[in-house]
Design a protein around this ligand. Sequence first.
Ligand SMILES: [Zn+2]
Length: 356
Amino acid sequence: MTHALLIRVSLAWLHLLALGLGLGGVWGRARALHDSLREPPDPRAIRRALIADAWWGIAAGLWIVTGLWRLIGGTEKGTAYYMSNHAFYAKMAFFVCILALEIWPMLMLIKWRTGKAQPHARDVGRIEVISYVECALVIAMVLAAVSMARGLGMTTGSRSDLTSDGLTGLGDSTETARHESAGDLPASKIGRPAAAIAMSGADVDVLTAEIAMPLAGIDPAKLHDSFNDLRGGGVRRHEALDMMAPRRTPIYSAAAGKVLKLFTSKAGGLMVYATDSSERFILMYAHLDRYTDGLRDEQSLSRGQLIGYVGSTGNASPNAPHLHFALARTDNVSEWWKGTPVDPLPILQRAVASTR
Ligand SMILES: [Zn+2]
């Protein structure tokens, strides 16, 4: 286990442990305060409330330290990831509510502890109610945290800081070629560099007329163009478009044509290689959560047909599900892993603008 992984696991463990301690502590404090008001009075009940309150305090300390560490220390996703996530804001809003509610009870309990004040029935009742409200807020916070981890509330769009998945263009051609070598392709073809076919103006027109957005509800005019982003430590260009979307968002075939290959790779995860109806282009969709039922090689596709769902398979971050969409110009679609990369974004922008 690497040092960084050890820290990440420890932080996640302590952060979760704080939930158990905190919820138990604040619930126990409410129960004990309730008991202290019973007849006949139980002098030990206030003492139990103070012990439960101490656990609640320890949990709060753990939460704040581990939370800030994960947020600022970049042990999980970068700070930018959290800031782009609505579920994160909801979680923080609940947390701030709890802090604000806790100020007065905290001051009162310190007075009781130090003997500066005696527990008054009215204050005891109020702190009991506040404790129950805090319980509910902690439970709401957990819901926000789970939504956050599942990618709910993510800003849909493309953010290169979240999607630097290391996958470039049509994927790792050595990996795909190696896979093919087990199949029916002559060995002489393997590893041959892609023939550089330039995109003509006519090609652009064909593609623009054919193509549509593979995800619904995303305006390509608002997407960041990640085609020229550097990957692999700056040695390769991304040569594809990343589109952030919640996990299991439907992916629709961007053009009529057919499936060339359903492929799985280390970098791309579950992938669909397809061609358009002119068979001049390769369209590749990667990091799928799953294919739509029954999808198979050679299957013909209509534009807008459901092919699968957004996920984070391959080397995409599980916290940032997205569709990696690549286009390439080719003169031989049987070599589906080769081609001249084409930036999908300007083509999609033009295609969508022309339908308005
Ligand atoms: Zn990508």
